[in-house]
Design a protein around this ligand. Structure first.
Ligand SMILES: Nc1ncnc2c1ncn2[C@@H]1O[C@H](COP(=O)(O)OP(=O)(O)O)[C@@H](O)[C@H]1O
Ligand SMILES: [Mg+2]
Length: 260
C-alpha cells in the first residue's frame, strides 16, 4: 500500500529531518513509529501525506507517486487521512460541520450525502449525540474522535496518526485508542506515531524505531519493544517503560484486553 524508498528531507542548514528511510506498509497493516523527540517521526508522516517535500527518494501510495511534479495534491489529500496531536479542528464549526466541510469541498459530495456520511461516522466513534457541539464544548478525547471521523469521511486508503493521544488526559487516552483499534481491526492501513506500548504490542503488526532521522530498527512490534536488537532502541524502550505510568501500560494476562 505504501512504499517509501530512500526518503530524505533536508532542512535549511543541511540538517536532515529524515535520512534515507526505506519502508513498506502492507494493505491492512498497522505500523507503529517510535523514537525520541526530534528523531524525524513527524517529518516522515508529513512526507507521506505531502505536507513536506522530499529531497531524495520516493514515496508511492497504492501506485500513486507522492512528492513529485506529476503529483495530484487533491488526490493525495483524499487518499491519505491524517490525525494530529493537537486535533486541528475548525474551531468555529460544529462537530458535524467539521465532517461535512471537507467532503463537500475536496470530495465534492452533495451536502445531503455529506451529512449522512458525517452522522454515521460520528455515531461510529461514539459521538452520536454531540453533532452540534463546537470543538470548545468537547473534551480532548471527543475532539480527537471528531478528528478521526473527519479523516475517515474522505474514505482514505491509509490513515496517519501523529501522537494522537499525547495531548490527552490519561482517562481519555483509552477511548481514542479503542477507536483506532477498531479501525485497525476493520482492515484500515495505518501508520501510527505513538509511545503507547500496550497499543503497539496488541494492535500493530510491525514497529520501527527512528533516531536522528535514520531508521535504526524495524521488526514485529512485540520484538522491537521486548527484545530490541540495537543499543539505541534498547535504551529508548527502557526509558519509556520506566516513565511514570510506563509500567501500567504493560499488558496484563492474555485475557485482559485493556491497555491501562
Ligand atoms: N520545518 C523545519 N525546519 C527546520 N527543521 C525542522 C523542521 N521540521 C522539523 N525539523 C527538524 O527535523 C528533525 C525531526 O523533527 P520531527 O520530525 O518533528 O521529529 P519528531 O516528530 O520525531 O519529534 C528535528 O531536528 C527538527 O528540529
Ligand atoms: Mg513529532
Amino acid at each position: 500500500m505504501v512504499s517509501i524508498r530512500g526518503a530524505s528531507r533536508r532542512f535549511s542548514g543541511g540538517h536532515y529531518g529524515v535520512r534515507g528511510i526505506t519502508l513498506d506498509v502492507s494493505r491492512g497493516e498497522t505500523l507503529v513509529v517510535m523514537g525520541p523527540s526530534g528523531s524525524g517521526k513527524s517529518t516522515l508522516l508529513r512526507c507521506v501525506n505531502g505536507l513536506e517535500r522530499l529531497d531524495e527518494g520516493e514515496i508511492i501510495i497504492d501506485g500513486m507517486r507522492v512528492n513529485h511534479e506529476t503529483t495530484d495534491w487533491n488526490k493525495v489529500r483524499e487518499e491519505v487521512g491524517m490525525v494530529f496531536q493537537g486535533f486541528h479542528l475548525f474551531p468555529n464549526r460544529t462537530a458535524l460541520e467539521n465532517l461535512t466541510l471537507p467532503q463537500t469541498v475536496v470530495r465534492r459530495r452533495p451536502a445531503a450525502e455529506a451529512k449522512t456520511v458525517a452522522r454515521a461516522l460520528l455515531d461510529r466513534v461514539g459521538l452520536g449525540g454531540k453533532e452540534s457541539r463546537f470543538p470548545a464544548e468537547l473534551s480532548g478525547g471527543e475532539k480527537q474522535r471528531v478528528a478521526i471521523a473527519r479523516a475517515l469521511a474522505m474514505n482514505p486508503k491509509i490513515m496517519l496518526f501523529d501522537e494522537p493521544t499525547s495531548a490527552l488526559d490519561p482517562e481519555m487516552i483509552l477511548e481514542v485508542l479503542e477507536v483506532m483499534r477498531d479501525l485497525a481491526g476493520e482492515g484500515m492501513t495505518m501508520l501510527v506515531v505513538t509511545h503507547e506500548i500496550g497499543f503497539a504490542r496488541e494492535v500493530a503488526q510491525r514497529a520501527v524505531f527512528l533516531d536522528e532521522g535514520l531508521l535504526v530498527e524495524a521488526g514485529p512490534a512485540r520484538d522491537l519493544i521486548d527484545r530490541p536488537e540495537t543499543a539505541r532502541c534498547r535504551a529508548f524502550m527502557q526509558r519509556i517503560l520506566r516513565r511514570p505510568g510506563g509500567e501500567s501500560v504493560r499488558p496484563g494476562p492474555a485475557s485482559e484486553s485493556s491497555w491501562t
